[in-house]
Design a protein around this ligand. Structure first.
Ligand SMILES: [Zn+2]
Length: 464
């Protein structure tokens, strides 16, 4: 995959599912090209657009419509809000639940799940779930095989850790179809106070928990309105479902694939807009199929080793899927690794400049540099510095700018020991990032996100 993968995609890759389906014999040209686009798009954008066959468009559309109505007619009832976020339940969710903090309601469809039912109600599920489950499940397996081809693995390498097709006896599906609704007005009304404005009076576009990573191998998602953002390899947020046609779905990798491929496929870090629903009666609905490993299986990277890939120590010991799924997986630890084989992005930046940018580019319009700097610094403070402080049990109490310029000179200052403990950059006053002079913000960002400045210059270069 080396030679063919060394192109830089100007925007998220788009591949037809039929071109990704493996057939006996030598790989066709269209197969190779599609694999290359898929691989490259996953490496650069942690996502790709999959075009399903035209005949599947009707089912996708009617499933979304039925989802919309299902949520719309639902009364808001606080007792249900308490959804178990118990990580032991990672493969057992079923039925309706809601997470008011992120204004999200979900109906999970999990074939084979039988229980006294989550709340004993006689509620009818959204229509067509078993058909859409089958459709997206099949597509997901083809895509997973395409990924295994790109990694030079034996065909069907992942079969061992996947559910039977069809399920046997009393088996319960590990994979799940999640029908979701974000920010529907009738649900939102009750929660309105939660989202009107942030501390500095700006309209909140994203919930607080900004970094979500799926536990799946891969997730296939279809939404009825744009709002999903994924971090690209530069760490920039990109709107990824802004340009989906009727047959298009989005695919992005999750934690299980990261583990199963010894870190060669990084999981997508995503977030969903909760604001910006002007004039919408229904909010934003989506259907996502999460292809999950069986809880009884275990990850071992023997196939990766057999294909000649270097497998780092952390992936060498076999780990039961169930254990892996219950562990916390801080995203910053996953992302600091250099995960994909190097494609020489830096060297190719220049080659990329003359490339015409697509009119309908899904790229977000860059903010003015000073604003971006401020937001970035605040984000880093929230994520990195706060995290370090929490781990060390330090309460952050910032100085004011004027005073702290003095503190920097003196040996004995009130903020000296905190600065040292959390690795605050030398020479930068110990104040909240929105009070930092821009030049100091740079020092701050570079200290907590090495390479930040270089990454920003790339953004500037690419902007017209
Ligand atoms: Zn100070």
């Amino acid at each position: 995959m080396t030679a063919m993968a060394e192109t830089v995609l100007p925007s998220i890759g788009r591949v037809r599912l039929t071109d990704l389906i493996a057939v006996e014999g030598l790989p066709s040209e269209s197969y190779k090209v599609s694999i290359s686009t898929l691989t490259q798009s996953l490496a650069q954008y942690s996502a790709a657009i999959i075009q399903l066959p035209i005949s599947d468009g009707a089912l996708l559309r009617s499933s979304l419509e039925s989802a919309r109505l299902f949520f719309h007619q639902r009364a808001y009832s606080p007792p249900e809000m308490a959804h178990t976020s118990d990580s032991r339940e990672w493969c057992k969710t079923s039925g309706y639940y809601a997470d008011p903090q992120i204004l999200q309601e979900t109906y999970d469809y999990r074939p084979g799940f039988t229980s006294a039912d989550s709340n004993g109600s006689m509620e009818l599920p959204p229509a067509g779930l078993s058909d859409i489950f089958a459709l997206l499940g099949k597509a997901a397996r083809h895509i997973l095989d395409a990924i295994s081809f790109s990694l030079n693995l034996r065909s069907f390498s992942f079969t061992e850790i996947l559910d039977n097709v069809p399920l046997r006896g009393r088996e319960m599906s590990s994979s799940v179809l999640s029908v979701c609704c974000h920010s529907r007005p009738s649900f939102q009304g009750a929660q309105h106070h939660a989202l009107t404005a942030s501390e500095d009076g700006q309209l909140v576009m994203f919930p607080d928990q900004e970094h979500q990573v799926e536990k799946s191998l891969i997730t296939l998602l279809k939404s009825d309105r744009a709002g999903l953002h994924i971090k690209d390899f530069h760490g920039r947020w990109l709107l990824v479902d802004g340009d989906l046609g009727p047959q298009d779905a989005l695919v992005y990798p999750g934690l299980a694939l990261y583990q199963a491929t010894a870190g060669y496929v990084s999981p997508a870090v995503h977030r969903t807009e909760i604001g910006n629903m002007d004039g919408s009666m229904y909010g934003r609905c989506s259907i996502s199929f999460k292809l999950m490993p069986k809880s009884m299986a275990s990850f071992n990277c023997s196939e990766m080793r057999a294909a000649g890939h270097g497998v780092e120590a952390q992936f060498q010991l076999p780990i039961p899927v169930d254990d892996f799924m219950q562990r916390p997986h801080p995203t910053d630890q996953l992302l600091t690794k250099s995960i994909f084989p190097s494609y020489g992005f830096q060297a190719e930046q220049d080659a990329m400049k003359p490339m015409k940018r697509k009119k309908n580019s899904t790229r977000c319009k860059p903010l003015p540099p000073s604003k971006r700097l401020r937001l970035e610094a605040q984000r880093v403070l929230k994520e990195r510095v706060q995290d370090i402080a929490d781990k060390k049990g330090i309460k952050l109490r910032f100085c004011n700018l004027k005073e702290c310029e003095g503190h920097l000179q003196s040996r004995d200052s009130p903020c000296g020991s905190i600065r040292m403990e959390i690795g605050w950059p030398p020479g930068v006053p110990f104040v909240h990032p929105h009070d930092l002079p821009n030049k100091s913000k740079l020092g701050f960002l570079e200290a907590y996100e090495p390479g930040w400045t270089a990454a920003q210059q790339d953004i500037e270069n690419q902007s017209p």
